[in-house]
Design a protein around this ligand. Sequence first.
Ligand SMILES: Nc1nc2c(ncn2[C@@H]2O[C@H](COP(=O)(O)OP(=O)(O)OP(=O)(O)O)[C@@H](O)[C@H]2O)c(=O)[nH]1
Length: 507
Amino acid sequence: MINKQLQVLKQQHALLAQFIIRLSVFYQGYSRAIDEELQTLRSHLGGAANFALAQVSINKLNTMLQEDGGVLRRFKADTLQSVEGAAKALLAFTGQDSANPLLINTISQARKPAESLYDVTQLCVQTITLYSQATNTLSAPVGVAVKNHQPNQLPSPQKLLLALQEELIQLLDSYQNRQPDNLELGKLKQKVTQGLSNEELLNVCLTLLRLIVKDSMQEAIISGKVIQSLHHSLGNLHQGLSQSIEQAHLSFSSREEDSRTVRKALIKLEREVAGSDSFSALKTQTQQQLKQVDNALQKREEKDRREQHALTEQLEQLKAQVAELESKTRYYRNRLARQVATSQTDPLTKLPNRQAYNEHLRRLLNDKGIAEQSLCLAVVDVDHFKSINDKFGHAAGDKTLQVIGSHLRQALDKNDFIARWSGEEFVLILPGLNAKSLKQKLERLRTRLTELPFKFKQDRLTVTASFGGTCIRHGEDPDAVFERADSLLYQAKRAGRNCVVTDKDDV
Ligand SMILES: Nc1nc2c(ncn2[C@@H]2O[C@H](COP(=O)(O)OP(=O)(O)OP(=O)(O)O)[C@@H](O)[C@H]2O)c(=O)[nH]1
């Protein structure tokens, strides 16, 4: 019986020793004091076991674990709070899509009390993953960064870089349009579209800036020359006119002088007639005086002829100078008109650009007649456009944009306005519509677009677009209207694309 009891005790002792070894392995490295105490306990229980000392050691361990339990609970709560804070900061800083399941899961888990340390560790790992996703997105080259369509939730640095990229492409396009043989511009555009690191992007900005400065200097020199030449022509014209006026004065004085001579001869004749008593003497004197008058009149006639000739010549000269001036101002006016047209036209699609859109909308809003009727705005964005570029090349993408742009323009009414906003995005200004007719009109445009027969290499493809449309409210800021239309477009994208979302739609 005692043997059996001894046997059981030995087994329990071995089990306890094994448990303590496992516990030591588990806790190894957690706390030096606990590590050492567990080692002491193991030595008390090994060989000829000393249970009294083992009990002392167990009591010490008990107290240590109790204290550590409290520390651990506080640590767990603090860590959960930090994880939640970090996830929220991540959301606010990078504007990560709030629909990101990992982010939502992390925030909601961090709000609950953790069951174990493993939960906390897992949460920390999740948060680190989110951070690394965010830093990857932020440091991705601009061209390959995925465009987030929710305008208000775009990560700000990324939003900035995308906007910069779009601006650069537009600028490069307009310069390429003016300087089609400039190979450097072509290369720069290719680089920007393919995606650049921040440093490369800065270099492109710098190159473009130099180009713009050079161009403006040239423009200034040309304008200076034109103004100088206009000034010169005006000077000539002024001189010619002054000469004509001076000539007219001289001619007037000389005419007066001649008239005086004739008048004198006539008075003299009159006196001689009155004082003469001999008919033959009177005849002789009269003949002499008349000869003098005739001479004076002949001289006058001759002078008149000369003056007439000089005047005609001067007038011819003035006419030529005025014609030259006219042609110079016409040239300069046309040049300016061309510059304005170029600066307001998108070089790829030949549609009005963003600047033209801003001016057109401002004009409409200031025009009382139009402002009183309903004015609507729509933003159109080609769906999955990137995949066209990726599959068929950038040139095919360009062609697609040209076809879509010209198709949309043709499908619009006379008073409607279309501009290329940027990339694959167009903006429409549609007067005289209400919410219902706006929706119908956009639906018609959307359907007609899907019917366009696109052929890429051998593939026949349907290209679709998403539409966001809204009516301008009285006195509303144009930027706010655009933002609203853009966020409706975003809803259309989220609803699966190839659809129209207007103000009162529930998606
Ligand atoms: N060929 C060409 N591509 C352009 C031009 N401007 C912008 N892009 C490209 O258009 C693509 C737009 O891609 P995303 O913003 O991801 O949009 P998407 O692929 O249309 O997708 P969703 O809008 O979400 O349906 C980017 O790859 C740009 O590089 C351009 O003038 N010509």
